[in-house]
Design a protein around this ligand. Sequence first.
Ligand SMILES: Cc1cc2nc3c(=O)[nH]c(=O)nc-3n(C[C@H](O)[C@H](O)[C@H](O)COP(=O)(O)OP(=O)(O)OC[C@H]3O[C@@H](n4cnc5c(N)ncnc54)[C@H](O)[C@@H]3O)c2cc1C
Length: 472
Amino acid sequence: MTIALSDVLLALENVVGANNLLTRPDDMLAYETSARGQPGRAAFVVRPESTEQVSQVMALAAAHGFHLIPQGANTGLVNGSTPDMSGTQGVLSLERMRRILSIDPVNRTAEVEAGVRLSQLNAALAEHGLFFPIDLGADPMIGGMVSTNTGGARFLRYGDVRRNTLGLQLVLPDHSGTIVSLGSDLRKDNSAPDLKHLFIGSCGLFGIVTRAILELHRKPRQAAAALLVPRDDGAILQLLETFEAEAGDVLSAFELMSREAMQAAFEHAASLRNPFAHGALPETAILVELSTSQGAQEGGTFLNDRLENILAAAWEAPGAPLLDAIVGSPEALWTLRHALSEGVKAAGDLVAFDLSFNRSNVTRFRAAMRTQLKQRHPEIRICDFGHIGDGGLHFNCVFPRSGAAALSQEEKARFRQETIQSVVAEFGGSFSAEHGIGRSNLEFYRTYTSPVVQLLASKVQSSIGAEQTHMS
Ligand SMILES: Cc1cc2nc3c(=O)[nH]c(=O)nc-3n(C[C@H](O)[C@H](O)[C@H](O)COP(=O)(O)OP(=O)(O)OC[C@H]3O[C@@H](n4cnc5c(N)ncnc54)[C@H](O)[C@@H]3O)c2cc1C
């Protein structure tokens, strides 16, 4: 049965109250616009404050056939959290569900609502000497992080959100808005199939995350960091192997930054300090970090000493893989790393790819694409950077915004298709490493994800009543 929008709005208002149902264009603008500035048009924005309210909203959506887009902090980069331009989709914002329900320092777990920000959680955990170890240059909400399975810059050490999630509370998109809890605060539990994994990283496809029970880690008490300048692309993986062999489990990040990405960050953020001698940016730099929750005394060797020793080994290694190394304060070096994303966004017309590869293929891909693309598009700036320690690469191609070298929408679409074709077919990589599918990757999901997997996903979707989602 379909009913008039005004009746839907009245029913939603009865659930969340008039203040939490937004319909005026000015009020909806921030919820309609994606993190990269792409516009959308919402029919309304609904902001429940509890799981019970989410359940009632989802039941109304199922009964009346309206399409809801779940939204956390809206920092996602693949147009998954904002509506399209049709004006027919509603936004379901989880921003009012921001209670930290419990912190259990003995079990090293926390239970939080979906709208809790990562920074809010880590601030509350600090007094217990704990933290949630997913680290990135944005401040997302936990529900959004679960739904995209955020990876981030310390994946190499701690893994992604999936690896650090013990339990979820969800609302299914069926006629009852069924509330379901999957998993718990137990680390070991094989008493049932572990269905929570269906919901992690599937961007709201099967239901709305309302709560999560997260595994926490001891906060590092020492860290040491350096910028490595590799001899050439071939030396990058050699340095990674050296660090993995010598640093063992205190290696917490190995992040690649291309010269053009760093250049874009310095152009954008005037206050950013350039750590290289005379400001001369190398072709590639690697931010390497060691960290441990042991204090300096207990740890015996200070991490700075350990870093210096590994660097000495790298200087001496066969083929001299290291051209230069700058040891610096971890905070200052991470400030540069986290400034890249905004710098690249401001540098021109950005065509961004979030890719992952078998580690051996990342550098092969970079080299091949640099040659090919610079021949075809002499004015392109390849501002790539990423989590190369885990095979991740944010491959950012920046074109001029105007003039002969600017790309039309059709040219951009073709450029994206050709690049992804090469990623998947030639290099065996993934077109979505850690940002999810969203509208930006939907055509690649349909083209490259196995038809059997797509069929299975749609069967699961229809069996739990998920007719409303953006991938149906
Ligand atoms: C500067 C910058 C740096 C970034 N760096 C990284 C990085 O290093 N690693 C990385 O993985 N990502 C990175 N991202 C991407 C983004 O921050 C993550 O994907 C983040 O986890 C999204 O969380 P969010 O709360 O903003 O979710 P949103 O953007 O609001 O939503 C993301 C997706 O999840 C769905 N969703 C949101 N909440 C829920 C819910 N409660 N239930 C069901 N579905 C929901 C949305 O519909 C959408 O499909 C970066 C983004 C920026 C802007």
